[in-house]
Structures are given as structure tokens and as C-alpha cells.
Design a protein around this ligand. Structure first.
Ligand SMILES: O=C(O)c1cc(=O)[nH]c(=O)n1[C@@H]1O[C@H](COP(=O)(O)O)[C@@H](O)[C@H]1O
Length: 272
């Protein structure tokens, strides 16, 4: 999917919501556990109930890898279900990969070719030759971790080296890489006050912003500092939406939570 198609979808749905499909078998409704593939059944119900309210889905691969081959099959069924039924929805494999070049190429193949995701999250720590193999794929996006939502972001990312914070160096340096127009960046919603400075370095890039909901990030603050002329934001909530209820009404409860966020997004979009 191209960025222009994503922007078009955001304008059509008046939403820049990304729903995180982080499925934990200990948290899903009991009646689903009996199903042959409880993770897929859970995702299918969530997708059926929310696809008109969001523009992206983000399965975090940890929640699938944890269940071995069965979990990987649930991930494959989930991405196929989205691509077959809602090809206009942007998909993110949240895998936080990155390795030496030939290994990164295989990671990219796994998520862009075998599983046909539109994008994958990548850690910048190993540098240019670990990221460019992902950028080599046409119409696919690499979402680079810049300033993450967790406390540990202050261990390295905000440290100053040669007079500049490491996360700013990640933004400035990666802008020079081959096919950099296919880069997006992760900035945690819990770090909204940093977004004004971040926008000075990457005014046009899309940002994936997790941390609204369970981690306490504020949507209004993120939009105030992070929105650009193309909206430029994908706001993710996982637990806050998918575990809104753990009873038989879980999908309707997820839709209600999604709608609350979408309505807030719609009023913000009407102001710009
Ligand atoms: O790359 C991510 O998506 C990510 C980056 C980050 O800085 N913080 C962060 O929480 N995430 C992911 O975003 C999701 C947040 O989930 P909730 O806190 O349940 O909404 C999880 O899948 C995290 O792994």
C-alpha cells in the first residue's frame, strides 16, 4: 500500500486508529478456548466488529510466536483474513527486527512476501545496512523505533552523544538512507511533548504512536504536537480495545472502545 492510499483511507473513515491484535490466551473469553484456533476466532470477531472504525491492524508477533507453530498459523490466517476482506486496511507486523544485511533480507521476505504485511517494525540499533534490506521492497514500509513508549527509552534513546540525543540521530541519519521515503517511525504516546522537536526533523513522515489506553498516553497531546498536513499519525491501542470485555460481548465492547477513539479523532480532523 502507498502512503497516498493510507491518507485517502484516513480521510474517508475520519480515523487514524490502529488496533493492536496482541492476543493472550489467558485474557480472551472462556467460550473461545474450545475453538480449533481460538486466536484466529478472537481476531476475526474483533476485525469483523471494528474494520470500519480503524485504518490499520498491528499484530505484535510475540503474542503468536509464544504459541509455537500454531501461533504462527493463527498469524498467517489473521493477515490473510485482513488482506482478503479489507485490502484497504494498512497492516503492521510488529516484530521489531533488524540484523546484518543478509539476515534482514530474510526477515523482510518473511513479513512482506510470505505473510504479505504492508509494514514491519524494525530496531535501528544495527544501523544502515540492517535497515536498507527492508526498504528494498516496493510499496512496503519500514517502521523504525525512534522514541519508544516505555521507561527504558531513557536508558539510551534520550542520551546525548556529540551534542545530540540518540533518537534525533536515528531520525536524521535514517533520512539519508536509500528509499528513506518508505520509512515511518515509532514515537510513544507517553512522550507526546517530544513530538514538536521530532516534527522539525521529519515533518512529512508517518508516525506509529503506541501507548494510548493501557499505557496512559493522551490522544489530544499527540495530535497537538505530532499531526502534519497529511495527518501523519497512526495511533495504536491494543489492550484498551481488545480486552474491553472478556465475556461473549467482547467484539461489541471492542467496537465501542474503537468508536470512542474514532469519534475523538473525527472531531480533531474537523478542526484542521
Ligand atoms: O512498536 C510498537 O508498536 C511499540 C513501541 C513502543 O514504543 N511501545 C509499544 O507499546 N509498542 C507496542 O504497542 C503495543 C501497545 O499495546 P497496549 O499498551 O496494550 O496498547 C504493544 O504491541 C507494544 O509492543
Amino acid at each position: 500500500m502507498t502512503t497516498a492510499q493510507l491518507v485517502q483511507e484516513i480521510k474517508k473513515k475520519k480515523s487514524f486508529l490502529c488496533i493492536g491484535l496482541d492476543v493472550d490466551l489467558n485474557k480472551i473469553p472462556k467460550h473461545l478456548i474450545e475453538a480449533e484456533d481460538p486466536i484466529f476466532e478472537f481476531n476475526k470477531a474483533i476485525i469483523d466488529a471494528t474494520h470500519h472504525l480503524c485504518v490499520a491492524y498491528k499484530p505484535n508477533t510475540a503474542f503468536y510466536e509464544a504459541y509455537g507453530i500454531k501461533g504462527w498459523q493463527s498469524l498467517e490466517k489473521t493477515i490473510n483474513y485482513i488482506n482478503n476482506n479489507h485490502p484497504e486496511i494498512f497492516t503492521i507486523a510488529d516484530a521489531k527486527r533488524g540484523d546484518i544485511g543478509n539476515t534482514s533480507s530474510m526477515y523482510a521476505k518473511a513479513f512482506f512476501e510470505d505473510l504479505a504485511f504492508d509494514s514491519v517494525t524494525v530496531a535501528p540499533y544495527m544501523g544502515q545496512d540492517s535497515v536498507e534490506p527492508f526498504l528494498a521492497f516496493t510499496n512496503k514500509h519500514t517502521i523504525l523505533l525512534a522514541l519508544t513508549s516505555n521507561q527504558g527509552a531513557f536508558d539510551f534513546q534520550t542520551k546525548t552523544i556529540d551534542g545530540k540525543e540518540v533518537y534525533k540521530q536515528v531520525l536524521e541519519t535514517s533520512k539519508q538512507w536509500k528509499n528513506a521515503e518508505q520509512l515511518m517511525y515509532v514515537v510513544g504516546a507517553t512522550k507526546a511533548e517530544y513530538l514538536a522537536d521530532i516534527r522539525k526533523i521529519i515533518p512529512d513522515s508517518f508516525l506509529l504512536v503506541p501507548g494510548v489506553g493501557a499505557q496512559g498516553g493522551n490522544l489530544q497531546d499527540v495530535c497537538k504536537y505530532g499531526m502534519n498536513n497529511n495527518v501523519g499519525l497512526l495511533i495504536n491501542s491494543s489492550r484498551g480495545i481488545i480486552y474491553a470485555s472478556n465475556d461473549t460481548d467482547f467484539a461489541q465492547a471492542a467496537a465501542r472502545k474503537s468508536q470512542e477513539l474514532q469519534e475523538e479523532m473525527r472531531s480533531i480532523l474537523e478542526l484542521i
